[in-house]
Design a protein around this ligand. Structure first.
Ligand code: 3VV
Ligand code: FAD
Length: 670
């Protein structure tokens, strides 16, 4: 971790003031010293390979070069993983690290063109394939003998997947499905890697058999020849073009013209088509959506990781950058001394911890529910769906905002590509849209909340994530006063969520008297989203309080105290961001707000000298941060000029455009 160069004295002075053992925090954050050792081993194993190093910063490459470089590295990385596996190391965690935000963005600054192969193609076969199908495809896919994508979204439809237009029509004579794209809007559009990388895809298409449509189902379709990589007959395929970020992912388009695939290529763990064309319904139609849920859970883990990089860059820079004397005639302070600067960064650091804890909580829940599903028990599926939808929306929205604020906190230099924010922002903002657009995700959760509300009103027992509604209904006349503590703020959020759900439901019911239920829901959309967000914020806080309480029992007093301060900062900031709802629903008063404001300021002050230990403890090597502003040694000005010298334009004193255009222009007399 420590750099060989001399550390900027401003930063080394700061490090001396940290009161807790940074390594203890790192071990706590990554859940054990063994995990930290494994993480460092992996970072070193991958990042020390000179083949994975970029001689020229990738931002200077053309679109095509970026892609080709990313494919070259993807192959190297998977081969290196195989090397590790041959040594008996390397489970799913390595893939997580390399395809997601931990190591992935260090190696592929703009994401990896085969991530969707591992994150969606393989999980789709595992979730939706029968054991025969798994036997046929899984090992070929794991070994990357074939590379696939998940082709669901079309030019015309992404959110409303029942509206997808690609057809798979069963022909009982040949025992084949015939795939067609009946019109332009039915072209598959967006799948990662589809352009030029993958040769197979899970295609989601409307199943037609014996003259009837049976809704969307997943099919394995070969797209390109395994030897020549040429698109197969009837398949039109290409890349969709340059994007805001994620430019190495090779998102593609795809159209079918009477493409035939065998009956066994429909993934039939849930729904089935028999040889004679008879359709056997799945136990539940939403089982087809399982792969999306998996990715939503994974996204949450990734948000904590991306944000942890952004805050590390912003905080270290703020401790070496000096600007604007606070007192006249005094030297210019480190910009972190400006309280407004602390407010830009410290709450975002607290969010990293909250998102990480909640992601792990959700991961355990996902594993439990999928284990139950395998035994045929669907009971907790709607609850997992509902909580994963709103968490995906809140965490990606907040991460995107926080990364942008971190960029702004570094002033002009943050606008440089070499500062590293652009790649991080490109990744987090994409996640606001993919895997379910965030507004739509909030509405999915709200739909569940309204159902739970009705159940609770009928005296039915609710599942754990919504059980606070029962408490609210039982003690609905008690007016608990607002308490400024994490658990008090949690209660306030639960109260506000419950009241907002109740109010939305009331307005929904009123509208249903003169509108269809669907239109009434549409008209109540703004309130439903609000209810969903409050519910989600309460969940994030609750999960964090519970996990922190438990996981800090064995830590030193110093570390426990800093983590407690961070939890308080998170909850106070949260309460201040939602004063509107808390005033309206949770008995908050203006003096509570004044008190919260003072607490916020006191917490910023309290954390001022310990906070660097937290970002150092995230333990991101410089290569992972990929930022001239965030290096461990804090030598930002040297880094800035060195990075500028790498610009291709700086490789010559005079560019040819001078002779071609500028000189004639400047010398002309017109
Ligand atoms: C091992 C390695 C690991 C490595 C990890 C590395 C980390 C890297 C991380 C990340 C990189 C990722 C790279 C990019 C990937 C991007 C990929 C994509 O974007 S793929 C496209 C996604 N597309 C969407 O998400 C469409 C969104 N739309 C929908 O999900 C649905 O259509 C939705 C939610 C809008 C529902 O539509 P409705 O409600 O109009 O109708 P109905 O589909 O019939 O649903 C009815 C019932 O089904 C439930 N439902 C819906 N979705 C469910 C689900 N997923 N699970 C359970 N229930 C669900 C509903 O709650 C409802 O339930 P009730 O009737 O109220 O009981
Ligand atoms: C980087 C990236 C990678 C992707 N990778 C893949 C992939 O690998 N495979 C794949 O299949 N797809 C992929 N996608 C597609 C992605 O899943 C969709 O873009 C996403 O689900 C949103 O759908 P849409 O684009 O149709 O947006 P739309 O649904 O058209 O959304 C447009 C607007 O309409 C609003 N809206 C739509 N429906 C409703 C509603 N019911 N209620 C209220 N408002 C609504 C939305 O909130 C939004 O504001 C990717 C997308 C991106 C950006």
């Amino acid at each position: 971790m420590t750099s060989a160069t001399k550390v900027n004295p401003d930063l080394s002075d700061e490090r001396k003031k940290v009161e807790f053992d940074v390594e203890e925090f790192t071990n706590w954050y990554y859940k054990g010293a063994e995990n930290v050792a494994e993480k460092r081993f992996l970072e070193n194993f991958f990042l020390s390979d000179p083949e994975l190093e970029d001689k020229v910063p990738t931002s200077y490459l053309s679109h095509k070069e970026k892609y080709e470089n990313a494919v070259r590295k993807a192959v190297l990385v998977v081969n290196k993983i195989k090397e590790l596996q041959a040594d008996g190391r390397g489970g799913v965690d390595i893939y997580m690290a390399l395809l997601g935000g931990t190591l992935g963005t260090a190696i592929f600054r703009e994401a990896n063109p085969i991530t969707v192969h591992f994150v969606m193609f393989l999980p789709a076969i595992m979730n939706h394939g029968t054991s025969d199908q798994q036997a046929e495809w899984i090992s070929r896919a794991w070994n990357c003998n074939i590379i696939g994508t998940y082709a669901q979204t079309e030019l015309g439809h992404g959110t409303y997947i029942r509206g997808l237009e690609t057809t798979a029509t069963y022909d009982p004579k040949s025992k084949e499905f015939i795939l067609n794209s009946p019109n332009l809007t039915s072209y598959k559009w967006w799948p990662g890697g589809l352009g030029h990388t993958t040769n197979y895809a899970i295609v989601i298409a409307q199943l037609h058999s014996l003259g009837k449509c049976h809704g969307i189902q997943p099919f394995i379709v070969q797209l390109r020849d395994e030897e020549t990589h040429m698109p197969l007959k009837g398949i039109k395929i290409g890349e969709i073009g340059n994007k805001v970020g994620m430019n190495t992912v090779n998102n593609g388009f795809l159209a079918f013209d009477n493409v035939r695939i065998p009956l066994k290529n429909m993934l039939m763990k849930n729904a089935k088509v028999l040889e004679d064309g008879q359709f056997i319904k799945p136990k539940s139609s939403v089982l087809t959506y399982g792969t999306m849920m998996f990715v939503r859970v994974v996204i949450l883990k990734d948000m904590a990781s991306y944000l942890s990089k952004a805050v590390t860059i912003a905080l270290r820079y703020s401790m070496v950058r000096r600007q604007s004397p606070i007192e006249p005639n005094k030297p210019e302070p480190k910009i972190i001394e400006h309280v407004t600067q602390q407010y830009k960064i410290f709450p975002a650091i607290a969010k990293v911890i909250v998102f990480k804890i909640t992601a792990e909580f959700l991961w355990d829940m996902y594993n439990q529910v999928t284990h139950d599903l395998d035994k045929g028990d669907l009971e907790r599926l709607p609850e997992l769906h509902a909580i994963s939808c709103c968490l995906k929306a809140v965490c990606t929205n907040e991460a995107a905002q926080a990364v942008e604020i971190c960029r702004l906190s570094t002033g002009g230099h943050g606008y440089l590509n070499s500062a590293g924010f652009q790649d991080i922002y490109g990744m987090v903002t994409a996640a606001q849209t993919y895997e379910g657009e965030n507004t739509v995700m909030f509405l999915q959760t709200a739909r569940y909340l309204i159902k739970c509300w009705e159940k609770a009103m009928n005296g039915e027992k609710l599942t754990p994530t919504v059980s606070y509604l029962e408490n609210f209904i039982k003690g609905r006349n008690s007016r608990q006063s607002f308490q400024n503590s994490p658990s008090g703020i949690l209660k306030a959020f639960q109260l506000a969520a419950a009241k907002k759900i109740a109010e939305s439901n009331k307005h929904l019911e009123e509208r249903k008297k003169y509108l269809s239920p669907e239109e009434a829901t549409n008209q109540t959309g703004l309130e439903l989203i609000n209810a969903s967000e409050l519910h989600c914020q309460a969940f994030l806080l609750q999960a964090t309080i519970e996990v922190l309480e438990d996981s800090t029992k064995q830590t030193s007093l110093q570390l426990r105290s800093v983590l407690k301060d961070l939890l308080e900062l998170y909850s106070v900031d949260l309460a201040l961001r939602y004063t509107g709802s808390l005033l309206e629903f949770a008995n908050m008063t203006s003096s509570d707000i004044e008190f919260l404001q003072r607490s916020l300021e006191a917490l910023l002050k309290k954390l001022r000298y310990n906070i660097l230990g937290i970002v150092d403890g995230f333990d991101h090597p410089d290569q992972i941060l990929g930022s001239v502003l965030g290096t461990y040694d804090g030598n930002v000005y040297e880094n800035l000029i060195n990075a500028a010298m790498k610009s291709p334009l700086n490789q010559e004193d005079v560019n040819k455009s001078f002779h071609l255009y500028l000189k004639p222009f400047m010398k002309s007399n017109l």
